[in-house]
Write a protein that binds this ligand. Structure first.
Ligand code: C2O
Ligand code: CU
Length: 466
């Protein structure tokens, strides 16, 4: 069930909506030199006005948190201050980053304890649309609101009239109280498609409406910040091209197909023209079985130009466009097993082989190469500069959004060609796909499913590059 615009009424009739919540959100004390990103418990106006505020965990008073925007090649420096009741760390998703700044609790740093801080400082070598999010107990912390957009601007931006960053959020709320459902370890969610919400927002709102004019050209930066929801999207009243995926420019703009699919953690940069007439319908919709579900609207008034412009130029390429050498590539294989209906008999947890029932009792529903949890041994130890091809065999019946930290990969397509650079690949149920990359960033890099409850219950591994 989803309650958004059309189901909010259902919530309105539910009895027992509580009163206002106690405030969190301590004021940020600034410190000379470095900007602060303070995580705190805070009430947030997530539901419409006649509902109670929702207590979220935010990087500031809102979710998504503040947009971070720099120019390509600039440094991003933020002092993370943890006012949460839990340890945390920040991961800068999609950035080719120095390993020590990758923000993975338990791999690249210890979680920052409540009341403590950590200074992140890194270069943003590639222009594009990225995001940042908590990376300790991420299946809980991201779901509570700890995520935001990270935009790295091209030196020469594309020729558009305006740009809009659209962070897609998927909240699982208690319909009685309007508060975040805190059963984060629900076995049903872990073993099926992940934590799917019932309240979808764009930039923290269920009714986002943006102004537009006919024939105006917009750059849309779409970010799927949800825990597990795959968004099949349509753009009524808009027409245009995909110009980048996961921040990385496509060699040539590609016309947006009938449905644009955005898996968890994936991004798409679009250049679209408003083709709706003034007063007409334009927006971002999610395709559902029973029709299209409104996510955000463009309110079209007036006309920007008499005619549409032609195909836009591609975005300028980033410096990492070299192709991995497939003929010399080290072959790796990752078999994903488990989940409901997955017939996983057993897997290894903490050095012990366990049957499926035992694994479930330990909160383990999945395995990667027979391992139901991350081990001290990486999936592979790679030499710096080593080309790799990694076959991903999904024996489960669920899709998984596989994300590699620290480096970008290309999909090896059936005909042996290389697809666009990405950092997150949506692998369908019982599908086998292959990616290739050059291990050109030293350090320990996580490779995991971005359906975050899957990552928490078996779908996390890592690579070492030295
Ligand atoms: Cu966006 Cu390991 O995560
Ligand atoms: Cu998964």
């Amino acid at each position: 069930m989803m309650f958004g615009r059309r189901d909010v009424l259902r919530m309105a009739t539910a009895a027992g909506l509580g009163s206002a919540l106690p405030g969190g959100g301590l004021a940020a004390a600034t410190d000379a030199g470095i900007e602060e990103l303070r995580a705190r418990v805070t009430p947030f106006r997530l539901l419409p006005d006649d509902y109670p505020m929702t207590e979220i965990w935010g990087y500031g008073p809102t979710a998504p948190g503040p947009e971070i925007r720099v120019r390509q090649g600039d440094r991003v420096a933020r002092r993370f201050v943890n006012d949460l009741p839990q340890g945390s760390s920040i991961h800068w998703h999609g950035i080719r980053i120095a390993n020590g700044m990758d923000g993975v609790s338990g791999l690249t740093q210890e979680p920052v304890a409540p009341g403590m801080r950590f200074d992140y400082d890194f270069e943003a070598p590639d222009a594009g649309t990225y995001w940042y999010h908590a990376h300790n107990r991420s299946w809980e912390q991201v779901a509570r609101g700890l995520h935001g957009a990270l935009i790295v601007e091209e030196a020469t931006p594309p020729d558009v009239d305006r740009e809009e960053v659209m962070v897609l959020g998927d909240w699982l709320l208690n319909p009685e109280t309007g508060q975040i459902d805190d059963n984060f370890d629900h076995p049903m969610m872990m073993s099926h498609g992940g934590r799917i919400g019932n309240y979808i927002t764009v930039n923290g709102r269920s009714d986002l409406t943006l102004p537009a004019r006919r024939h105006e050209r917009l750059r849309l930066r779409l970010i799927n910040a949800s825990n597990a929801r795959i968004f099949p999207l349509t753009l009524p009243g808009l027409a245009g091209w995909v110009v980048a995926l996961d921040g990385m420019p496509l060699d040539a703009p590609e016309p947006i197909g009938d449905v644009l699919v955005l898996g968890p953690a994936q991004r798409a940069d679009l250049i679209v023209d408003v083709v709706a007439d003034a007063g007409g319908q334009a927006g971002l919709d999610q395709v559902e079985e029973d029709g299209d579900y409104f996510l955000a609207a463009f309110d079209v008034t007036g006309t920007a130009a008499q005619t549409r412009r032609g195909t836009p130029a591609p975005l300028p390429p980033n410096p990492n466009t070299g192709l991995p050498d497939l003929s010399a590539a080290t072959p790796l294989r990752l078999v994903m097993a488990g989940g409901a209906m997955g017939r996983m008999q057993s897997a290894v947890l903490n050095g012990t082989r366990m049957g499926f029932r035992e694994l479930i009792a330990e909160g383990r529903f999945w395995a990667l190469n027979d391992m139901a949890a991350m081990t001290d041994t990486p999936l592979a130890e790679l030499g710096l500069g080593e080309p790799v091809r990694l076959e991903i065999v999904n024996e489960t019946v669920f899709p998984h959004a596989m994300h590699l930290h620290g480096m970008h990969f290309r999909e090896v397509t059936a005909d042996g060609a290389l697809g666009p650079l990405r950092d997150t690949l949506l692998v369908g149920g019982q599908e086998t796909r292959e990616i290739a990359f050059t291990a050109d960033n030293p350090g320990d890099w996580l490779f995991h499913c971005h359906m975050l409850s899957h990552a928490a219950s078996g779908m996390t591994t890592w690579l070492r590059v030295t």
